[in-house]
Design a protein around this ligand. Structure first.
Ligand SMILES: *Cc1c(COP(=O)(O)O)cnc(C)c1O
Length: 725
């Protein structure tokens, strides 16, 4: 819309059509942006007193930086175009505060002035309704200087006042007269918004609140009709007032009243209905799109110049410049391409700079790919991997891992909870997502909404799930001896009844082997019995007329120890991440499985420790001789087990071992770097993974702390950054 305003796409065809498009319809763009700023930025001013000033400052700073950069960017263009010929103090102020130093840049100072005014309003203690009236009055003043200017009698006092005003600003569509009303309206909508009123509810019923939050603005069954009606009403409002605005604009134009054409009376209701209608759509926030939009806005006037130059050079002036539509399309294309490239570049740069500041996890894409391929080879073609992404993909980062797997064609996943499933869905993961654990009945709507498959944990649970009333995809859990979840395998009648429940779509049936990791006689007999019982049940149900759903028994160890049990899926977890639960088992398959995760941390400080001094909590470590030690910015709060303290553990720095000394702290760890010359703050320490010829495996950490790799990995902290390399 903004590009259209500056290129007039329809001008070659009809002046009326151009007026309709660029001087009327596209004029909703700027008010809409103001409302969005009100909604997402300034809304907080009115509720969160404490953080409000900081948020305000942050916004002003950010906008000022953008404005400043844009001013510099456009300086050469402006000079070339002769914009800055007659500069004096008042014209510089006028340009900087109101008009912008280039024609489209007025929007930045308008935002800052508007937001500053609104911030002052928020701390005034006066009701927002009063400020709405005030902002409305400011808008009226603006209107009279804009598309209603002709209503003022030439030579009258008012006329002179306006003429004085136009010395200070060339137009009244600026931060003083236009921005406040739309910002306030955005704030008002924010304050009246469902999400906000829900978060105001006391935190007594956390679960219920969570349900509502997760399900967004009313996708739940009861509310959806109400929401559709609201949407319909807003669309009708938008159409009606939009048409009225068109009528208003053409009337004003007909009578030659307009001095400028940015402000109309009907713009206010039109913008309100537009905003409300769009709010019905609860999309996901995308920083990339936001940045791209911003760059399009900043860059499009440069692109107008570029298109002109290119057209002349290519002798295409006819289509690319003289034809208004061709010109518009060319400028839009160029601006979009440049914007996409720039925002991709800045995003990547920021991420890389930022993520490895303190302590982080590096995921090896090639190791993951290799494991997936190797595991797929181990199972028959008809058997698909259903990777276990529970506990944030065993600490690796569920979304990152899921994306990589999806890229490789994996389209079935399992997780432990409904929240984990939703996280994947919200990040665009498609295909089947099976929840292996229990989901509280209050959260059943989320199963439906996010198309998650639920494990039937036993018969009474199936009854509840069926009673919920919507069709839910399920896999029936069968208890063949683990006695954790699943309906007991001998209860064939109950299982048969579950299969026939009218609201359950039975996609699968599975059991879990609980002794498949040990190849000793007792465990092997037990596992065989589990399988036998499970197959017998499937057969009986089939004989009773239940169609055979997808079935699955194996997890990681099952693939290696009981390959004959491969059916439709393998719920593979730990092996996918390149290790098995213990060091010995991992060693056996080290040619097949490659560890995916490395754990790294920054060295934050290097110092001397003299003989006799101690380091760390509890005077636990005492230096026998002079040594050099370093602090690392990682601790047990990040999942580096405290139990490693005082043992044989070490980290790797520059391919050398640096023993851990003293007690591991929550956020920090001290290591001995005496043997490693040249260590300095800012260097990287490897806690799990390779450095030079040396390697520390997660198996080692597990052994040292008396647990299995699964536990060490799944406890990797949320504070760690995760990157794929
Ligand atoms: C965690 C889990 C898996 C995956 O187990 P791994 O041993 O990590 O492969 C499979 N099935 C169920 C039911 C699980 O809970």
């Amino acid at each position: 819309m903004v590009v259209a305003i500056h290129t007039s796409p329809l001008l070659s065809y009809s002046a009326d059509a151009d007026f309709l498009l660029t001087r009327v319809l596209c004029r909703v763009a700027v008010p809409f942006f103001f409302m969005v700023t009100g909604y997402f930025v300034a809304g907080d001013f009115f509720i969160r007193r404490d953080g409000a000033f900081k948020k305000f400052l942050r916004y002003i700073k950010k906008t000022a930086v953008l404005y400043g950069s844009a001013i510099l960017l456009y300086l050469p263009v402006g000079i070339y175009a002769g914009h800055y010929k007659e500069l004096n103090i008042s014209s510089v102020i006028r340009m900087l505060l109101f008009d912008g130093t280039f024609y489209h840049l007025w929007y930045f100072p308008a935002c800052m002035i508007g937001v500053a005014l609104v911030y002052l309003m928020s701390i005034s203690g006066i009701k927002i309704q009063v400020w709405m009236v005030v902002s409305g009055a400011l808008y009226l003043i603006g209107l009279l200087g804009d598309s209603y200017f002709g209503c003022i009698k030439e030579g009258s006092v008012l006329y002179h006042i306006y003429m004085q005003g136009f010395q200070i600003f060339s137009y009244t569509r600026n931060g003083l007269f236009m921005a406040p009303i739309f910002l306030i309206l955005g704030i008002k909508i924010f304050l009246g918004n469902k999400f906000y009123s829900e978060s105001k509810v006391s935190f007594e019923n956390k679960n219920a609140l969570k349900t509502k939050k997760l399900s967004g603005a009313g996708m739940e069954s009861g509310k959806s009709t109400q929401d559709s009606l609201n949407l319909l009403a807003n669309c009708i409002g938008l159409t009606v007032f939009g048409l009225l605005m068109v009528a208003e604009a053409f009337t004003l134009r007909h009578f030659g009243v307009q001095r400028h054409d940015s402000m109309y009376i009907m713009l206010i209701p039109t913008a309100i209905f537009l905003m409300k209608a769009l709010l019905a759509w609860q999309g996901r926030s995308s920083k990339f799109l936001r940045n791209t939009a911003m760059w399009i806005y900043i860059l499009h006037p440069v692109m107008i110049v570029v298109v002109r130059g290119a057209a002349r050079a290519l002798h295409l002036t006819g289509i690319l410049v003289d034809n208004s539509l061709g010109h518009y399309l060319a400028v839009s294309c160029f601006s979009t391409i440049a914007a996409v490239v720039l925002s991709q570049w800045t995003e990547r740069k920021k991420k890389e700079d930022f993520k490895c500041g303190r302590a982080w996890i590096e995921l090896s894409r090639s190791a993951l790919r290799q494991n997936v391929t190797a595991l797929q080879k181990r199972v028959p073609d008809a058997c698909k991997l259903m990777p276990a992404l529970k506990a944030d993909a065993y600490g690796h980062g569920a979304v990152l891992i899921a994306r990589e797997l999806a890229d490789m064609g994996v389209d079935a996943f399992c997780v432990a909870s409904v929240e984990e499933g939703i996280e994947l869905r919200r990040h665009g993961i498609k295909g089947e997502i099976l929840i292996l654990g229990y989901t509280h009945p209050d959260l059943f709507p989320l199963l439906f909404r996010y198309r998650l498959s639920q494990t039937v944990v036993d018969f009474p649970y199936a009854v509840l799930l069926n009673r919920y009333g919507k069709k839910i995809h399920v896999h029936i859990g069968v208890d063949t001896g683990m006695h954790r979840l699943g309906e007991r395998s001998e209860n064939v009648d109950r299982l048969y009844n579950i299969c026939r429940m009218k609201n359950l779509i039975v996609d699968g049936m599975y059991t879990h082997l609980c002794a498949d990791d040990t190849l000793k006689k007792r465990e092997m007999e037990f596992t065989d019995l589990q399988a036998k019982v499970f197959y017998k049940l499937i057969k009986e149900l089939e004989e009773r007329g239940c169609p055979r759903p997808k079935i699955h028994l194996q997890s990681s160890y099952g693939i290696f120890h009981y390959p004959e049990l491969a059916e439709d899926y393998v719920r593979v977890g730990i092996a996918l991440y390149g290790v098995l639960s213990t060091g010995e088992d991992t060693e056996k398959y080290k040619d097949i499985l490659k560890p995916v995760l490395s754990l790294k941390a920054r060295i934050t400080s290097v110092r001397n420790l003299y003989a006799g001094e101690s380091a760390g909590y509890g005077l636990e470590f005492q230096a026998k001789k002079d040594m050099k030690i370093a602090a690392l910015s990682i601790g047990y709060g990040d999942g580096y087990p405290r139990g490693l303290s005082g043992g044989e553990s070490a980290v790797l720095i520059e391919g050398r071992r640096a023993p851990v000394i003293g007690r591991i702290c929550m956020d920090q760890t001290i290591v001995d770097v005496s043997g490693i010359p040249g260590v300095k703050a800012g260097d990287v320490a490897v806690l799990i993974g390779k450095s030079g010829e040396e390697e520390i495996s997660v198996c080692h950490l597990a052994k040292e702390t008396g647990t299995i790799t699964n536990e060490i990995l799944s406890r990797m902290g949320a504070r760690l950054e995760r990157i794929v390399v």
